[in-house]
Design a protein around this ligand. Structure first.
Ligand code: ADP
Length: 162
């Protein structure tokens, strides 16, 4: 059985992430989307909020489970009896960090393979930070994020301004 883990901060989840999730479910038996709790970078949304948003956005996609985790990714992958790590590759700029991460994980857990999915071109410039910035400036983010995220971000920034 092919079980994959797609880890990330997902602060918040975007249509770029969802595209990777959907495509991965076509090649694995089960996909666990793993939300990093103690991310190095400080996050706008709590781990619970980030998890809830992904759950809502993926409720109609089969084979997807959403969990949060802290500690070593390879430990989490092993604990869940998975053997694949999925990462998205947007541009060459992602390559250095992503390959470093994959090589480290390979040393830590040789039985686990990292698979990279190249983003589809319409999301290649998309990341969570840009979406947050646009929402904060009252821009329309509906083409980049699922409905639940749009609602959450707009409410959050509206409340901050009042
Ligand atoms: P991290 O903090 O681990 O980089 P992110 O939530 O930013 O977490 O991203 C998780 C994964 O999703 C990473 O592999 C990243 O390259 C990928 N990703 C992020 N945005 C996109 C996108 N627009 N298209 C495809 N993959 C993406």
């Amino acid at each position: 059985m092919k079980i994959a883990v797609y880890p990330g901060s997902f602060d918040p989840v975007t249509n770029g992430h969802l595209n990777i999730i959907e495509r991965t479910t076509k090649i694995v038996d089960k996909l666990i989307v793993a939300v990093v709790v103690d991310a190095k970078k400080s996050t706008l949304f709590s781990a619970q909020e980030r998890t809830e948003m992904i759950k809502e956005a993926t409720k109609n996609i089969e084979k997807v489970e959403v969990k949060s985790f802290s500690g070593l990714l390879t430990d989490f992958v092993r604990k869940n009896k998975a053997n694949i790590i999925i990462r998205g590759m947007r541009a060459i700029s992602d390559f250095e960090y992503e390959s470093q991460l994959a090589l480290m994980n390979k040393r830590l857990a040789p039985e686990i393979e990292t698979i990279f999915l190249v983003t589809c071109s319409k999301y290649s410039y998309l990341n969570s930070s840009i979406v947050k910035e646009i929402a904060n400036l009252n821009g329309n983010i509906s083409q980049w994020v699922p409905k639940i995220v749009e609602k959450k971000l707009n409410t959050l920034f509206l409340n901050k301004k009042t």
